[in-house]
Ligand binder design. Structure first.
Ligand SMILES: C[S@@+](CC[C@H](N)C(=O)[O-])C[C@H]1O[C@@H](n2cnc3c(N)ncnc32)[C@H](O)[C@@H]1O
Length: 468
């Protein structure tokens, strides 16, 4: 950025305008729109429309510029058609550290009037004129999701390739089609994910290729977070908006699915406990096949793709097939759910470590019984927090084994169902009573178990659920 966008409240602040012509009138009108009510305008010869504007809030002084006119000013605008006068205003204002704007003379300015400043090459700032700052922030956040920070790099790289593209495509139309295609495809994604060398290679490839070349698709492996759509990352949202096909799991919330591009083909691959609608190997191959057909494939997962999400297996297959991909982290259930349950996972007084554990039961070798093969000794240690994913069915074994390995039966514990959503349900109990309480509350998957002294903090820190 070359300038810092700021918004100055001008109410009851002295604003000085030097000049009385059309430009001065425009600037004064802008100041008045911004509720400036103490404007002093100095000009030898003020224009008729400016004279007509004069009132209690705008005092016109028939005088040539002199530095003492700036005394006590909050801002100064020089709008004369005399460069020497404008320069004198700028020097005098700078000497008193008064922000100065000189019309059409950026070198003489210390601020510019536009509320949208940094154009290196694209910057947007928004003001609601002080009336609705929260709304302005909201709109800004929305625009930021549409125009990520690296858009400047896209523009710069496009600039570098202008010559090559012009040499290859002779008509403006051809060049427009070319850029339209590039700006909607993997080139942009490569730049946005910092892979500029690959991005430039894609451009070179596309310039060299004929029009009927096969399109290359890609896969976006995206973490959809634990449920609340506001917890999606900007990048996740952007990729969700531009995919051709979305391959999604049961764990992805309906609210998050709502944000996937309306026209995208949706492929449900299930994955609830003991009901994997499609085996993992088939999912891996499906992703590769769709991308090789030239599609932009959104692989949308609950939480984070690399935390008990088998994301590693999926990208391994993509690598074997030479399919381009990118991975977008999501807020994992441990983070999102504990936060919304008012349970900090670490705390100076209670817990200096946190373990993420899978409580998924596996069949014992050579029999039908299910078991959990975990390091109970390590889990039962003091001053740490256990976060157990997929631990509902195995909860009796987990509680029993932890107590058997030395954890206090009174250790506070919580089971959180559908955390971060409006269906969130939290059951807290001591370790010895947890199974009973969970069964009484008829808790259902997905749920997360948190065990450790930190759970007692929920009593004070529960901020999300309505107070009873
Ligand atoms: C296969 S794991 C996937 C974890 C996911 N990749 C993540 O990072 O959160 C599924 C388990 O995550 C936990 N989980 C995910 N979302 C949850 C939520 N909103 N509330 C409670 N538990 C959740 C549950 O333990 C569920 O059984």
């Amino acid at each position: 950025m070359q300038s810092l966008p700021i918004f100055i409240n001008l109410i009851d602040q002295r604003c000085v305008v030097i000049g009385g012509g059309e430009v001065a009138l425009r600037k004064i009108s802008m100041l008045r729109k911004a509720q400036a009510n103490k404007i002093d305008c100095y000009a030898l010869d003020a224009s008729e429309p400016l004279l007509a504007l004069a009132d209690d809030h705008l005092v016109l002084h028939q005088a040539a510029f002199s530095p003492e006119q700036l005394e006590g000013a909050c801002i100064v605008i020089a709008a004369t058609d005399d460069h020497a006068v404008n320069e004198a205003v700028s020097i005098a204002a700078k000497a008193c550290n008064i922000p100065v704007n000189v019309v059409d003379a950026p070198k003489l300015c210390t601020f510019t009037m536009a509320s949208l400043v940094d154009r290196s090459p694209i910057v947007i700032a928004i003001s609601s004129e002080g009336k609705a700052p929260v709304l302005a922030r909201y709109i800004r956040a929305k625009i930021e999701t549409m125009l990520p920070a690296s858009y400047g790099r896209i523009a710069s790289i496009a600039g570098e390739f202008r010559g090559k593209v012009k040499a290859r495509f002779s008509t403006i139309e051809q060049r427009r089609y070319f850029w339209e295609e590039m700006l909607q495809g993997p080139f942009v994604e490569r730049v946005l994910s910092g892979q500029e060398v690959e991005a430039k290679a894609l451009l070179d490839e596309a310039i060299a290729a004929t029009d009927n070349r096969p399109k290359k698709g890609e896969v976006y492996l995206v973490g959809g977070g634990p449920g609340d759509p506001d917890l999606l990352t900007f990048r996740a949202l952007r990729l969700m908006q531009q995919c051709d096909v979305c391959v999604y799991d049961k764990l992805v919330s309906l609210e998050v699915m709502e944000l996937v591009r309306r026209d995208a083909e949706l492929v449900y691959v299930g994955k609830s406990r003991s009901n994997h609608t499609m085996p993992q190997e088939e999912i891996n191959e499906l992703l590769a096949r769709l991308a090789l057909e030239g599609k932009r494939v959104l692989r949308l997962k609950g939480g984070d793709p690399f935390i008990f999400g088998r994301g590693g297996e999926e990208i391994e297959t993509l690598m074997q097939h030479g399919v381009p991909f990118q991975v977008v982290p999501g807020i994992t259930a441990a983070n999102g759910v504990s936060t919304y349950a008012g349970i900090p996972l670490t705390h100076r007084d209670y817990s200096q470590a946190c373990l993420f554990i899978t409580g998924h039961l596996k069949p014992k070798p050579d029999c039908d019984e299910m078991n959990l093969d975990l390091d109970w000794q390590a889990m039962a240690r003091q001053n740490q927090t256990l976060v157990i994913y997929m631990g509902l069915v195995g909860l009796p074994i987990i509680c029993e084994q932890l107590i058997a390995h030395g954890m206090s039966p009174e250790m506070p514990a919580a089971v959180v169902q559908q955390g971060t959503t409006r269906h969130q349900k939290v059951v807290t109990a001591s370790l010895k009573d947890l199974v009973n309480e969970v069964s009484k509350a008829e808790v259902k998957a997905p749920c997360l178990t948190i065990i450790g002294e930190v759970v007692q903090l929920r009593e004070r820190l529960n901020w999300f659920e309505p107070k009873a």
